[in-house]
Ligand binder design. Sequence first.
Ligand code: MN
Ligand code: MN
Ligand code: MN
Length: 310
Amino acid sequence: MNPVPVGREALTENTLAGQIDLHCHSAASDGILSPTALVSRAKSHGVTVLAVTDHDTVQGLQEASEAALAQGVVLVPGIELTARWGARVVHVVGLNFDRQSTAILKAIAQRDLLRQERAERIAQKLEKRGFAGALAGARALAGDGVIGRPHFARWLVEAGHVEDTARAFKRYLGAGKAGDVAVDWPHLADTVASIAAAGGTAVLAHPLKYGLTRTRLQSLLLDFAVAGGQGVEVVCGQQNPVQTREILALLARLAEQGLPLAASLGSDFHQPDQPWRELGGVHLPAGVEPVWNLWQTGAHKPSHQAVNRE
Ligand code: MN
Ligand code: MN
Ligand code: MN
């Protein structure tokens, strides 16, 4: 069964009364669970609407879609695209798009190439530090999935070079370290355009995780909205109420400027045994416009931007 965008028929009052989780990862990228296991786990945590949003791939969606059909979960086609805003790396979640569209396939192919090049450069740097076999090791852990820094982190742990993945990032892979190689990711506006051209909704992922000042963050949100972005993750993963209010304040400023954005949410679940990021354990605050309202009314085709940027 091919995962297709969901509309009003799938998003009934009953369906929406369950837990909704629009951001999580399977083993198709850096998650641990297979798409089937991920859907089962979501179901057991009361999730009725789920978007699997692997980094720069839709490889897990077919399997996830079959598992979701079997389990009575509504699967929203999803992806988390890596993008560039100025010198910053930002993440854009694409939701409810046609996963076979040339626009999304092209966006994925571009990033596939960049990730392969990056993996080779990270491996070279690690080998210079005396960690031989990094590329083969990380590749093996990524399996058929998209390779990323977390696979290098896991390999460093498995090879006994470091105690845990947090330390692997801190010493070798995180910002300013040897494995932090610069990548010329596609620009934010082009990323939003790719999602829009695939008929989907672009959502800015975890806005507080970019280390931006409030002024810079407002500027990022403005650029995102002007480019045709339609939603922001008001709640993502581990987040306290003060942070949620901070995001709501940023959205209020944008709405005053005539650029209202809808609210999305997700656990950003990657693996079990991270109780603060369990599937479905996130809730939207009252008074926001949920992103799925756009899909119920069919209003998810962007209106205030250039859809034909491609
Ligand atoms: Mn990840
Ligand atoms: Mn992310
Ligand atoms: Mn994520």
